[in-house]
Design a binder for this molecule. Structure first.
Ligand SMILES: Nc1ncnc2c1ncn2[C@@H]1O[C@H](COP(=O)(O)OP(=O)(O)O)[C@@H](O)[C@H]1O
Ligand SMILES: [Mg+2]
Length: 366
C-alpha cells in the first residue's frame, strides 16, 4: 500500500514515531528545530525518546486500540525501529500515511526477501541460500563453501541471530544454536572494508545521499564511523548509485541506510550490499555535527513533504559509539577538544548497549 497523496505538513503539525530508542529521540529533536511536534509510541516505559516529547504512548504494538488512538492524534507516521509488526503497520496505514510503507517493511524485515530484491536490481550481494532444515544447511554449505555466516531471516541486529561457520564446524550445531527454521546462509565476504550510504528520498522522488561512510565493528556492533570513506571516487559513486537505485525501486520516502562491503577485484574494488535499514542509521550519526543537515532532519523533511537539502560536510568526521561500559568515560570525552558528546539517557550500561556517541570534526586535509 503506498501512502495516499497529501499536502506537506505545516509547522505545528505532529509526526508519530514508532519506537522510542535513541534514533527516535534524535528524530524528535530534529523535528522540534523545524517547528514540528512528535508523538512517540513505544512499549518500553524507559524509552530514551520519551524524555524529549510531551506526548508519548506507552503500549504494546499489538494493542489495536492504542494504535488507533495514536494514529488519530498525529498527521503522519514513521518509525525508528524496523521490526514493527506488519499487523500494527496495517492498522496505522488505514488511518494515516505511514512512511516508509508496509511493503517496504516486509522486504527489509526478511534477509531472504531483501537479498532477492537487491539481486533482481542487478546489485551484487554475498552468495546466499535459503535454509529451512539441517539438510538444507548441509546442501547450502556444499554449494557456498566455508567460511559462511548463518543468519536468522528476521529480527537480527548487532550480530544477534547469526553464527559463523568455519571449515570443520558441524552445521548441525550451528543450526541448533540459531533456534529457527527460517534462516539464510551467506558466503563469508573477504571484505577490504565496510561502508554505508545514508540516502534520503523525498515525496517528489528526489534522492540525496551523504558522502560514503566507512564503518568499523567491534563484536559485531558498530564502533567507529568515518566520513568520507577512504575509497576511490569511482567506488564511492558506485555505492551512492546503488543506494539511489534501491531507494527508487522501493518508492521510498524518508532516510534509509544501506550497509555495504567493499571487496577487492581484479579491475578495482567492488561494492556488495550487505543489508538495508529502512530508517535513520547509526553510521549516519556523524551528520548531526559534521554536516549542514543531519540524517534526522533529512528524514523529517522527507516525510513532511518538505524539500531535501544537498548536505554539505564540515570536514573529516569521526563518530565513536559509546557501547556499554564505554559510557562511564563520558566526563573525559566532555573535555576532548573538538568532541561533541551525545548521551542517550539510558540508565543501565549493559554490555553491547548503545549508550551514546561522540563526534569529532577535523578540517579537510589538502
Ligand atoms: N556474509 C558476511 N561476510 C563477512 N562478514 C559478514 C557477513 N555478514 C555479516 N558480516 C559481519 O557481521 C556484521 C553484522 O552483520 P549484519 O548482516 O549487518 O547484521 P546486523 O543486523 O546484526 O547488523 C556485518 O557488519 C559484518 O561485519
Ligand atoms: Mg548490519
Amino acid at each position: 500500500m503506498s501512502a495516499p497523496r497529501r499536502e506537506p505538513l505545516k509547522p505545528g503539525d505532529t509526526i508519530g514515531i514508532l519506537g522510542g530508542g535513541q534514533l527516535g529521540r534524535m528524530l524528535v529533536l530534529a523535528a522540534a528545530r523545524l517547528g514540528l511536534k512528535c508523538q512517540v509510541f513505544s512499549p518500553d516505559p524507559d524509552s530514551p525518546a520519551f524524555d524529549v516529547v510531551q506526548n508519548a504512548t506507552c503500549a504494546e504494538y499489538a494493542d489495536v486500540e492504542a494504535l488507533e488512538l495514536f494514529a488519530s492524534e498525529v498527521d503522519v507516521i514513521t518509525y525508528e525501529f524496523e521490526n514493527v509488526p506488519a499487523s500494527a503497520a496495517m492498522v496505522l496505514a488505514a488511518r494515516r500515511p505511514v512512511m516508509p510503507s508496509q511493503t517496504i517493511l516486509e522486504t527489509t524485515q526478511d534477509r531472504l526477501a531483501e537479498k532477492d530484491f537487491v539481486t533482481k536490481l542487478g546489485i551484487g550481494t554475498a552468495a546466499y541460500a535459503d535454509v529451512t532444515s539441517p539438510q538444507a544447511l548441509r546442501d547450502a554449505v556444499a554449494r557456498l563453501g566455508l567460511p559462511a555466516v548463518l543468519k536468522t531471516r528476521r529480527f537480527g541486529y548487532d550480530g544477534k541471530g547469526q553464527v559463523m561457520l568455519r571449515p570443520g564446524d558441524d552445521p548441525e550445531v550451528a543450526w541448533a544454536t540459531l533456534e529457527t527454521r527460517a534462516a539464510i546462509l551467506e558466503a563469508f565476504v573477504p571484505f577490504e572494508r565496510e561502508v554505508s550510504v545514508i540516502a534520503a528520498r523525498g515525496a517528489d522522488g528526489q534522492v540525496v545521499s551523504y558522502d560514503v561512510t566507512e564503518n568499523e565493528h567491534r563484536d559485531h556492533i558498530l564502533k567507529v564511523s568515518k566520513a568520507p570513506a577512504a575509497i576511490p571516487d569511482a567506488v564511492a559513486n558506485e555505492a551512492r548509485r546503488i543506494a539511489k537505485t534501491i531507494a527508487d525501486a522501493l518508492g521510498y520516502v524518508g532516510v534509509l541506510g544501506v550497509e555495504m562491503f567493499v571487496v577487492p577485484g581484479s579491475d578495482g574494488p567492488k561494492v556488495l550490499v550487505n543489508e538495508i535499514a529502512p530508517r535513520v542509521h547509526n553510521s549516519g550519526h556523524w551528520t548531526l555535527d559534521g554536516a549542514s543537515v543531519s540524517q534526522f532532519e533529512q528524514h523529517i523533511r522527507a516525510i513532511a513533504g518538505w524539500p531535501l537539502a544537498e548536505p554539505v560536510r564540515h570536514g573529516v568526521v569521526t563518530m565513536t559509539n559509546l557501547i556499554g561500559a564505554d559510557v562511564h568515560d563520558y566526563t573525559r570525552w566532555l573535555t576532548v577538544p573538538g568532541a561533541t558528546v551525545h548521551l542517550y539517557g539510558k540508565r543501565h550500561a549493559l554490555p553491547g548497549r548503545k549508550m551514546g556517541h561522540v563526534t569529532v570534526v577535523e578540517p579537510e586535509k589538502r
